[in-house]
Design a protein around this ligand. Structure first.
Ligand code: NAP
Length: 282
């Protein structure tokens, strides 16, 4: 049976590390790293995410701010909120909770965030720095995938890595992070011919598809590390993009859903906030 890569436990370790390093940062600089969440509208799921980001931020000894805008807020009002937090030195990280309601366009809002405060790593400047492997802020979920691989000592250098999915928030950035650690990376997508033939080559297989249990055991190389980014709500509950039952019989290591990549995302957001505070004062 495969080793379970436990995201709950690993995220606790990350938060312990961030908590210790944040305390050191505060005593060295006198500044408490701060994160602001901006929520537009009252979507219940978004409210839960934002609340838990605030709680986690305070737990690791960082400052948490929140700005609530009504669902009727104009594009200008949302952009002015971002501009205000850009200018506020108490804050090192700005997170605009997506999706934005109604006709609001998230692209200009995200592009307005000061790249030095871009803890989600979605700003074009952050993307460019990632592509060029320059210091900068990386997207949280892909960072969480790498943290799990490192924690479970999965060899990355020289490994065949296959990423299923090419989204800007998961597939592409995780492929670049793997590439920068010298994996041989293949990115697959809905137009890939014979997906199973490609995934069976993978020593590291990352699934970021959004299709319940699509990756089955017969698509996995024996002993591979399988990281399941998928979060799919089905009648049977929350499931990943990987069919855990058949996959865990073949894989050497595997992440569960829930309790795998999911908890890592907030932990890496906290890590990014500390990193932003450091980079902004370097
Ligand atoms: P997305 O933007 O919808 O991208 C999905 C990707 O999967 C696309 O590139 C698509 O290919 C590809 N794909 C779809 N059907 C496929 C098929 N049959 N064969 C091969 N590739 C296929 O999704 P996303 O935002 O990357 O998210 C992916 C999953 O991760 C979702 O379940 C999401 O909920 C989850 N997620 C989890 C976290 C977390 O914190 N754990 C964070 C973000 C996302 P094309 O480009 O050709 O359409």
């Amino acid at each position: 049976m495969a080793t379970v890569m436990d995201g709950k436990r690993t995220s606790e370790l990350v938060r312990e590390r961030v908590s210790g390093e944040a305390a050191e940062f505060v005593s060295a600089t006198g500044h408490t790293p701060g994160l602001v969440t901006i929520l537009v509208g009252e979507d219940p799921a978004s409210q839960v995410y934002v609340r838990s980001k605030g709680e986690r931020t305070r737990e690791v000894g960082m400052a948490s701010f929140h700005e609530q805008l009504t669902a009727t807020a104009s594009q200008d009002e949302v952009e002015s909120a971002v501009a205000r937090w850009n200018a506020d030195d108490r804050v090192d990280g700005i997170l605009v909770q997506l999706p934005l309601p109604g006709d609001l366009d998230s692209k200009p809002v995200l592009e307005l965030i000061d790249p030095s405060k871009d803890v989600d790593g979605f700003h074009p400047v952050s993307v460019g720095r990632l592509v060029a492997n320059q210091p900068g802020l990386r997207p949280c979920t892909p960072l969480g995938v790498m943290e799990l691989l490192h924690t479970y000592e999965i060899p990355v250098t020289g490994a065949e890595a296959v990423v299923v999915g090419r989204s800007d928030i998961v597939g592409k950035p995780v492929a670049l992070l793997l590439l920068h650690e010298s994996a041989t990376v293949t990115i697959t997508h809905s137009r890939t011919r014979d997906l199973a033939e490609v995934t069976r080559r993978a020593d590291i297989l990352v699934a970021a598809i959004g299709r319940p249990q699509m990756i089955t055991g017969d698509m996995i190389k024996p002993g591979a590390a399988v990281v399941d980014v998928g979060i799919n709500r089905t009648d049977a509950g929350l499931v990943g993009d990987v069919d855990y039952e058949s996959a865990s019989e073949v894989a050497g290591a595997i992440t569960p859903v829930p309790g795998g990549v999911g908890p890592m995302t907030i932990a890496m957001l906290l890590s990014n906030t500390l990193e932003a505070a450091r980079l902004r004062r370097a």
